[in-house]
Ligand binder design. Structure first.
Ligand code: CP
Ligand code: NVA
Length: 330
């Protein structure tokens, strides 16, 4: 039996992605009203989740640990100084050994090929907790946030009813954007990306994003520009992330200079002609250079509900990939 892994939103059909988001929404509603749904209660009882984190984390760590505990399981946090991986033991040996003792591995590594190799040799589901290419748990939470904040149209199982919305991503083309664009393509949401010259989406990633729309009747469209105002035009949601991702610290100075003029401000939204009710999102952690305080702490900002939604996304993903062994059902 080969386990099913969640390495990117690209691994999911539109119906599966929409179902993970809807399940997160319904579990959120039920649990917040005081009852853990019977389908979740104790569903992870006796199950251990090995959390292999080679990088820092606030939201991903806490949401995964809290979700596992709420479902009756045991999270085991393994930071980079806790296990032999990388220093004294190969990825292959680590993967075989850890997966022989636990029910799931949630891994935050640098290279996508590392989490892909881990998955290849693991006998239990591997969930990507952020690599240099993708961040699927973040994108389930982000679409939950969008689903809650905009009025969805009537929709079937393969959609969230968000077709026609437009996201403007202003800043660095990074891991969070790549999976966001894949999810948006599948959900019929358009994404306009503005990066400085030389920081555009790499060609091989563009292909992955475009192929996410194959067979999707009203797939979202991706456009790129080097002019922030152009991307912002008619956007419903303005999104950004740090200009210096973990592992890029040595490039910080160069990046700060290259990204000058890309800060999200009310003035940019006005100049570019964003929709009147535009909202702001950011996966966090946030730095002041990519978004002004007046936007970040304004009523337009969805950043704190978006962060909370990481918990509901983690519950939905554990249910789908661990409890239901990769069968994503309502
Ligand atoms: N958004 C996110 O993944 O945050 P952490 O790095 O704190 O987990
Ligand atoms: N792009 C950021 C996301 C952090 C959640 C990074 O990779 O550091």
């Amino acid at each position: 039996f080969a386990p099913r892994h969640l390495l990117s939103i690209a691994d999911l059909t539109p119906a599966e992605f929409a179902t993970l988001v809807r399940n997160a929404a319904s579990h959120k509603q039920a649990i917040k009203s005081g009852a853990i749904p019977t389908s979740l209660l104790g569903s992870m009882s006796g199950k251990t989740v090995a959390m292999m984190f080679n990088k820092r984390s606030t939201r991903t760590r806490i949401s995964t640990e809290a979700a596992t505990v709420q479902m009756g399981g045991h999270p085991m946090f393994l930071g980079k100084d806790d296990i032999q991986l990388g220093v004294n033991e190969s990825l292959y040996d680590t993967s075989v050994v850890i997966s022989s003792m636990v029910s799931c591995i949630v891994a935050r590594v640098a290279k996508h090929s590392d989490v892909a190799d881990l998955a290849k040799h693991s006998t239990v589901p591997v969930i990507n907790a952020l690599c240099d290419s993708f961040h699927p748990l973040q994108i389930i939470a982000d679409f939950l946030t969008i689903y809650e904040s905009f009025t969805p149209k009537a929709h079937g199982l393969s959609s969230l009813g968000l077709e026609g919305l437009k996201i403007a991503w202003i800043g660095d083309a990074n891991n969070v954007l790549f999976d966001l664009a894949i999810g948006a393509t599948k959900m019929g949401v358009d994404v306009a990306v503005a990066t400085p010259t030389g920081y555009e989406i790499p060609a091989e990633m563009l292909k992955i994003i475009q192929s996410a729309g194959e067979g999707v009747p009203s797939a979202g469209k991706l456009t790129q520009t080097n002019v922030p105002e152009e991307a912002v035009k008619d956007a419903d949601i303005l999104v950004t992330d740090t200009w210096v991702s973990m592992g890029q610290e040595e490039e910080a100075k160069k990046r700060m200079k290259a990204f000058e003029g890309f800060q999200i401000t009310s003035d940019l939204a006005k100049r570019g002609g964003a929709k009147e009710g535009w909202k702001f999102m950011h996966c966090l952690p946030r730095h002041p250079e990519e978004v002004s305080d007046e936007v970040f702490y304004s009523p337009r900002s969805l950043v704190f509900p978006e962060a909370e939604n990481r918990l509901w996304a983690a519950i939905s993903a554990l249910e789908g990939f661990v409890v239901n062994k990769g069968k994503i059902v309502e």
